[in-house]
Design a protein around this ligand. Structure first.
Ligand code: NAP
Length: 488
């Protein structure tokens, strides 16, 4: 366990622009709070449009040099960054727990995932190949290059403050782009610590910039409107994603949007119930339900419904809510008061609409300001408000179903299309539902599929583009076609 002094040496109270630690032009700053007890960790600059413009212009200058390096050189910078993150994984995990609340084990897992994304991007950097094209004229030689799109703006949420940076920045840097990152108000410290390690890894000034702000609007508006920024990569809510989509239209920016979800989790009558319970527990309660791919609607076949709910509830009794640094805690608090009020309201409304609380159902003020109990709601029906609400908390509503057609229609009855899961031993059903669920990612008899090698992303209002895999790098490249005529 790192000491308090170790942690302090990774807490930065300034933003990072053009290789310098800087204050906001306005002199304003805001507090970063520990969600477990509400105490202030530090204050960071509250930046606006002018600071963002300075960062964008620094990135533009750095971009020229960075994109002219060889792929191998860029790859070596990324590997060096990953090495330093790995050396400091314990303190980065503690920092993450301190600002975000998740347990140390979950924070370690998140930082490990960042390292994997960075190393994957370092390898992929050396496989960005163009194409020699079969020309339709014998006198012509034609080829297509893959070139970096240009300066990238990245806006990230608070639920995975370390890995969300790695998933965007590593492929962008691998492709030859310089980046300007705006982390979430609640969790800017992991981003600043990653900038510190990027500096230690020797990235040239201006390649990696972090602009902190209390409210994303001014920074976001500049990132969208500024013509120097050629690509915006956003992870966050669908509402903000739609706004950024609109704001990027005047400059016709390339966009990646990783937005909200409403994941169905279907347990068929032939499912391995123990496996399904483990899957549901993992993907509902991980990060205390604050993940875009969290189970949001659990559909249990009527013949196994009661047995499933009993097992789920029994297993939940073995979980312990607590401060993330407490070894006994399996799960931490919600991010802030607003989140706690939202989850409380969702549960109260569901109860008024007829849902039954099997376990939990209330805030745990005895533990701290932002804790909500592990909650299972039964007798949930599609007419209830929470059927179309991203819960973003440790609450699982269970819906009964009786036929395959019925549950397929219910699962697809949403504007979201990020992740879906189902449990069955039937091969025909596996193929049918694997294809027919209108989601970017489908887990069959598993909920553990996120890794740097898979294309992560959604369809419908869950977003555009993919992170991870070769596709994740492609998002930061443009195709540049050249045709040469041989005059002889
Ligand atoms: P959010 O409110 O949309 O915020 C996300 C980021 O956008 C934050 O950095 C926020 O800054 C910034 N922002 C807010 N309003 C903005 C504006 N008008 N212009 C520019 N930037 C703005 O979402 P959140 O509550 O932090 O995150 C939870 C959401 O993210 C959920 O819907 C979840 O499903 C989604 N998510 C999706 C994925 C995915 O891969 N699909 C992954 C994780 C999370 P401030 O913090 O300063 O407001």
């Amino acid at each position: 366990m790192p000491t308090t002094a170790d942690l302090q040496s990774f807490i930065f109270s300034k933003a990072y622009i053009n290789g310098q630690w800087v204050s906001a032009e306005s002199g304003q700053h805001f507090s970063v709070l520990n969600p477990a007890d509400g105490t202030e960790i530090t204050q960071v600059p509250d930046m606006g449009a002018t600071d963002t413009r300075i960062a964008i212009e620094a990135a533009e200058k750095a971009q020229a040099e960075w994109s002219s390096l060889t792929a191998k050189q860029r790859s070596q910078y990324l590997q060096q960054w990953a090495d330093l993150i790995e050396e400091n994984i314990d303190v980065l995990a503690l920092l993450l727990t301190t600002e975000q609340g998740k347990t140390l084990a979950q924070s370690q897992g998140e930082v490990r995932s960042s390292i994997n994304y960075i190393r994957w991007s370092a390898h992929e950097a050396m496989r960005i190949n163009g194409e020699v094209l079969p020309s339709s004229r014998s006198s012509h030689f034609e080829y297509a290059l893959k070139l970096p799109v240009g300066v990238v703006g990245a806006i990230t949420p608070w639920n995975f403050p370390n890995s969300m940076i790695a998933r965007k920045v590593a492929p962008a840097l691998a492709a030859g782009c310089a980046v300007v990152i705006k982390p979430a108000e609640d969790t800017p410290l992991s981003a600043l610590a990653l900038a510190h390690l990027a500096a230690a890894a020797g990235f040239p000034a201006g390649v990696f910039n972090v602009v902190t702000a209390q409210h994303g609007q001014a920074v976001g508006a500049e990132l969208c409107a500024n013509p120097i920024v050629r690509k915006l990569s956003f992870t966050g809510s669908t509402a903000v994603g739609k706004l950024l989509y609109e704001q990027c239209a005047p400059t016709v920016k390339k966009l990646s949007l990783e937005l909200g979800g409403n994941a169905p989790f279907i347990v068929f009558d032939d499912a391995d119930l123990d496996l399904a319970v483990e899957g549901a527990l993992t993907m509902k309660f991980y990060n205390s339900g604050q993940a875009c791919i969290s189970v949001n609607r659990l559909f249990a076949h009527e013949s196994i419904h009661d047995a499933f709910v009993k097992k789920l509830t029994e297993r939940l009794q073995g979980y312990t809510l607590g401060v993330g640094t407490d070894e006994k805690a399996t799960h931490g608090p919600l991010i802030n008061q607003q989140a706690l009020h939202k989850v409380t309201e969702i549960v109260d409304t569901a109860k008024q609409q007829g849902a039954q609380v099997t376990i939990g159902g209330t805030a745990r003020t005895d533990l701290g300001p932002n804790f909500f109990d592990f909650t299972v709601l039964t007798e949930a029906t599609p007419g209830m408000e929470l059927f179309n609400t991203e819960i973003f908390g440790p609450v699982v509503p269970v819906y009964r179903f009786s036929t395959d057609d019925e549950v397929l229609a219910l699962a697809n009855d949403t504007n979201y299309g990020l992740a879906a899961y189902f449990y069955t031993e039937n091969t025909s059903r596996t193929f049918r539902f694997g294809r027919a669920l209108e989601y970017g990612m489908v887990g069959v008899n598993t909920t553990s599929f996120v890794s740097e090698t898979m294309p992560f992303g959604g369809v419908k209002e869950s977003g555009l583009g993919r992170e991870g895999s070769q596709q994740g790098i492609e998002e930061f490249l443009e195709t540049h076609y050249v045709c040469i005529q041989n005059k002889d």
